[in-house]
Design a protein around this ligand. Structure first.
Ligand SMILES: *Cc1c(COP(=O)(O)O)cnc(C)c1O
Length: 713
C-alpha cells in the first residue's frame, strides 16, 4: 500500500482567500461538474467509502492514485516519486490534478492533493468536496494496522502524528461539506452519512414562514436580509433540525469554542448559501481574545450542588446578546455583498438596553470597513434604561451609528414605532427610490441572530462532559431568564439536534405571561400592563419567538400558529389545543419570581457561592431553586452584574447617588471577585464621549430622525 504523505513546510498556502469576498461564493456556486469528491487524511477511508458510495449511487468511482495519476504519468506513483523526490511530488501531483476531466463520478483524492492550490482550485469546481473528518487516533491506529511502513516525509524523523496534524489545515481549507465521523465508525456507516448529507443538500427545501408562506428559492442570505416574512410570520428552515449523534458530539468535546461553532453551524447552513470557509473566518473574528474576556468564550462554572452557571456575558457589551451579535453583522454584510451590492441598508433597532449596545458593537467592529453601506439607528426610551446602558450605547455614536433617546416614552412606544416603520410602504418606496436604501432589523426575530445562540447551548453540555460532571448521553436541565423567547428557543433547537437536555425552564419576573401560558395553554394580555422591574430585559408582554416554538412543537402546523398570533393581535389572547400544551410541557417548565425574591436570591447566592448575579440571572436562579431537578442544571447568566450596577448595589445596601458609573463597577468588584470586573464595559464607560441625541415621542419625529440620517449612509 502506498501512501503519499509529504514533508512539512513543502507547500504553504499561496493566494490565501480572504473574507468578506463575494468572489469565493461565486467560485463555489459555479460548479461546472457534478462529482462527489472525497477528501481527508491518508487512512481515513476515502477509497473504501468511495467504492460503497459509487455502488449505492450507481456512479463510476475514480481513485486519483490508481485511475488518474498512473495513467496520466504512464508509470506507477512510486516510480514518479523516485523520479521527482518528495519535494517535487506535491507539485507534480497537483499539476496532474489540473488535468482531471471526470464528471458525475465519485472521486477519491489522495491525502496530499489538498496541499496544491492550483490542483484543488480546479478540482473544487468539478463537484462537491466532502471532507471525511476522522479522529486522528483512529487514523494512526488504522495506518498501524495496515502496516504502512513507507511514509514519505518521515525520513527526516518527523512524527506521523505531526504530519497528519499539519495536513489538517489543508483539508479545513478546501472542503464544501464536512462529515464528522464517530470514533471507529465503519466505512458503511460513514458512506451512509455522506449520502444523507448529499440528499439533504439536494432536497434544499429552503425556508418557510411560521404562518405558512413558502419563501420560494430564498436562501440563507436572503433570509438574513429580510428579517420578517411577508405574511407577518417568522422565518424558519423547512427541513427538520439537523441531527448530531452522541458519537459526533463526542468529537467536539476537546475542541475550542470557535471550532465547535463551525461544526455546529455547518449543520444548519447549506454550503452553497454560505461557504464553510467564509463561515469559519467570521467565527474566528467573532470569538477571540479581543472580543471576549474569557478564553473559553462562554465558560460553565460550578455554582452550588448540582447547579452550574454558563457565563454568557464576556463579550464587549456584557450581555449574552454579544454572542450572536459579534457574528451576525458579518454574515449580514456578506449577504449584502452577495446580493445587489449597490443596495444600502439601515438597521433600525428599538432597545430596552442590551440589544442596542450589542448591535452597535457588532456592526461597528465588523462591518465598518465593508464595501456594503449600512447605517444603524437605535431608539431607546430616554428614561427607561440604566445610565450605564445609555452611556455605553452613546459611546458608539459615529458616522454609521446614531443613538437616539425618545423622551417621554417607554420601550413599548419605541418598539411599536419601529414596527410601524417596517410596515410603512410609502416610506420604504421613498427610501429605495431616493437613497437605494432598505430598512432591516437586528432583533431576535432575525434568523441570523437566533442561530449563533444554538452554539453556546451545545457547548454548555460539552463543557460539562469535559469537566467530567456528566457522561456523554446523560441528561441535564437548563434554566433561562426569558423575555422574547430567543435564548431558550435556541436551547430547544440544540435539544432538537440531539443534545440531551431534559427540561428547559423559562424564568420570568413579575411580567409572567409566559409562565401563565406554559401552565395553562392560554396566552392572555387583555388585562396585563407592562410592569417595570430591575430585570428590564425580560419585561415583556408579547414574547415574539414563542411563535417559532409553537410552529415547531405542532409539527410545523402553520394554521395553528397563524390562528394563535392573529388572535393575539386582534383579541389580545389565544389558547392552544390540549395536545399542543402537553407537547410543550413535556419539554418546558416555567415559573416566575417577585422583585423581592430576585433580590433575596442575589444575596443568598453571594453568601453560599461567593458569586454576584445580575438581576436577570438572579430571576433564573430563584426559579431554578424552586424546581425539583434530579439532574445537573445549567443556569444561563445573561448579563454581567456591572451592567445593572446601580440596582445591584442598592440591593446590597450601598448608596450610589454620588458614584460615577466606573466607581459603581469597582464597588461591585469589592462585593465579590466572581465574576471579575468587566474590563471592556469599564473601558467603554471611561472614554465615554458620545453626543446625546433626543427626539420626542411621535411617529413624525422618528421619521425625521431616519430622514436626516439616511443622507449620511
Ligand atoms: C435580552 C435579554 C434577556 C431575554 O432574552 P430572550 O432571548 O429575549 O428571551 C434576558 N436577560 C438579559 C440580560 C437580556 O439582555
Amino acid at each position: 500500500m502506498f501512501l503519499n504523505i509529504l514533508t512539512k513546510g513543502r507547500c504553504c498556502s499561496r493566494n490565501k482567500r480572504t473574507f468578506p469576498c463575494g468572489k469565493i461564493l461565486q467560485d463555489h456556486a459555479s460548479k461546472i461538474k457534478n462529482n462527489i469528491i472525497l477528501m481527508g487524511s491518508p487512512g481515513c477511508g476515502k477509497t473504501t467509502v468511495g467504492r460503497i458510495l459509487a455502488t449505492a449511487l450507481g456512479r463510476p468511482v475514480l481513485d486519483i492514485d490508481d485511475d488518474h495519476l498512473e495513467p496520466h504519468w504512464g508509470m506507477p506513483v512510486a516510480q514518479k516519486l523516485d523520479e521527482v523526490g518528495s519535494d517535487g511530488f506535491v507539485e507534480a501531483e497537483g499539476q496532474a490534478l489540473t488535468a482531471l476531466r471526470a464528471d458525475n463520478c465519485v472521486v477519491s483524492l489522495t491525502g496530499s492533493n489538498p496541499m496544491h492550490d492550483a490542483g484543488m482550485s480546479h478540482v473544487t469546481r468539478t463537484g462537491t468536496v466532502v471532507f471525511l473528518d476522522v479522529h486522528m487516533t483512529d487514523i494512526l491506529e488504522r495506518l498501524e494496522r495496515m502496516k504502512v511502513n513507507r511514509i514519505v516525509g518521515q525520513n527526516d524523523g518527523t512524527d506521523m502524528a505531526d504530519i497528519l496534524k499539519y495536513r489538517q489545515q489543508f483539508y479545513e481549507k478546501w472542503y464544501d461539506t464536512r462529515v464528522i465521523c464517530e470514533r471507529n465508525e465503519s466505512p458503511q456507516s460513514i458512506a451512509d452519512k455522506v449520502i444523507a448529507r448529499l440528499r439533504k443538500a439536494d432536497a434544499k427545501e429552503g425556508y418557510v414562514s411560521t404562518r405558512g408562506l413558502h419563501m420560494g428559492n430564498k436562501g440563507f442570505n436572503d433570509v438574513l436580509l429580510q428579517g420578517l416574512a411577508p405574511d407577518g410570520g417568522l422565518i424558519v428552515p423547512q427541513n427538520e433540525f439537523p441531527k448530531m449523534s452522541l458519537g459526533q458530539l463526542a468529537r467536539l468535546v476537546d475542541l475550542s469554542y470557535p471550532e465547535r461553532a463551525v461544526r455546529i453551524l455547518e449543520q444548519w447552513i447549506d454550503h452553497r448559501d454560505l461557504h464553510p470557509e467564509v463561515l469559519k473566518s467570521a467565527i474566528n473574528k467573532a470569538y477571540n481574545k479581543e472580543t471576549f474576556e474569557s478564553d473559553t468564550i462562554c465558560p460553565v462554572r460550578h455554582l452550588e450542588g448540582d447547579q452550574f452557571i454558563q457565563e454568557l456575558f464576556h463579550g464587549p457589551t456584557a450581555s449574552f446578546k454579544d454572542v450572536a451579535l459579534q457574528l451576525m453583522p458579518q454574515l449580514f454584510m456578506n449577504a449584502v455583498i452577495e446580493g445587489k451590492s449597490s443596495q444600502k441598508y439601515l438597521i433600525l433597532v428599538a432597545t430596552s438596553g442590551d440589544t442596542g449596545g450589542a448591535v452597535l458593537d457588532g456592526f461597528t467592529r465588523h462591518a465598518r470597513n465593508s464595501r456594503a453601506k449600512t447605517g444603524l439607528l437605535i431608539l431607546y426610551p430616554l428614561n427607561g434604561i440604566s445610565d450605564i446602558q445609555r452611556d455605553q450605547m452613546i459611546s458608539y455614536n459615529s458616522d454609521i451609528a446614531r443613538v437616539v433617546g425618545v423622551s417621554g416614552s417607554d420601550f413599548d412606544f419605541c418598539q411599536t414605532n419601529v414596527k410601524k416603520v417596517f410596515g410603512d410602504e410609502d416610506l420604504a418606496q421613498k427610501l429605495q427610490h431616493e437613497h437605494s436604501l432598505r430598512i432591516s432589523a437586528a432583533n431576535s426575530i432575525s434568523w441570523g441572530r437566533l442561530l449563533p445562540q444554538v452554539v453556546y447551548h451545545v457547548t454548555s453540555y460539552l463543557d460539562l462532559v469535559k469537566q467530567k460532571v456528566i457522561n456523554l448521553g446523560d441528561e441535564i436541565d437548563l434554566c433561562v431568564p426569558t423575555g422574547n423567547f430567543g435564548n431558550i428557543l435556541a436551547a430547544y433547537y440544540a435539544k432538537g439536534m440531539g443534545v440531551p437536555f431534559k427540561k428547559l425552564i423559562c424564568a420570568s419576573n413579575t411580567n409572567n405571561v409566559v409562565t401563565d401560558f406554559i401552565t395553562s395553554g392560554c396566552y392572555d394580555i387583555t388585562s396585563r400592563r407592562l410592569l417595570q422591574t430591575i430585570s428590564p430585559a425580560i419585561d415583556i408582554l408579547v414574547s415574539s419567538n414563542l411563535e417559532r416554538l409553537l410552529y415547531s412543537i405542532s409539527d410545523n402546523d402553520s394554521s395553528i400558529t397563524s390562528n394563535a398570533f392573529t388572535q393575539l393581535r386582534d383579541r389580545r389572547k389565544f389558547e392552544v389545543p390540549m395536545h399542543i400544551l402537553e407537547n410543550i410541557r413535556n419539554t418546558f417548565h416555567a415559573d416566575w419570581c417577585s422583585e423581592e425574591d430576585c433580590a433575596k436570591s442575589m444575596r443568598k447566592t453571594l453568601k453560599t457561592s461567593d458569586y454576584l448575579l445580575d438581576p436577570h440571572t438572579s430571576v433564573a436562579k430563584a426559579v431554578a431553586d424552586g424546581f425539583k431537578s434530579e439532574r445537573p442544571m445549567v443556569i444561563a447568566a445573561t448579563a454581567h452584574p456591572g451592567k445593572f450596577a446601580h440596582d445591584v448595589l442598592k440591593i446590597f445596601g450601598s448608596a450610589t447617588n454620588k458614584m460615577a458609573p466606573t466607581e459603581m463597577l469597582h464597588a461591585l468588584g469589592n462585593i465579590s471577585a466572581r465574576p471579575a470586573v468587566h474590563q471592556s464595559l469599564l473601558n467603554t464607560l471611561k472614554k465615554q464621549t458620545g453626543e446625546r441625541i433626543v427626539c420626542d415621542a411621535s411617529y413624525d419625529s422618528v421619521i425625521k430622525q431616519i430622514e436626516c440620517f439616511v443622507d449620511k449612509i
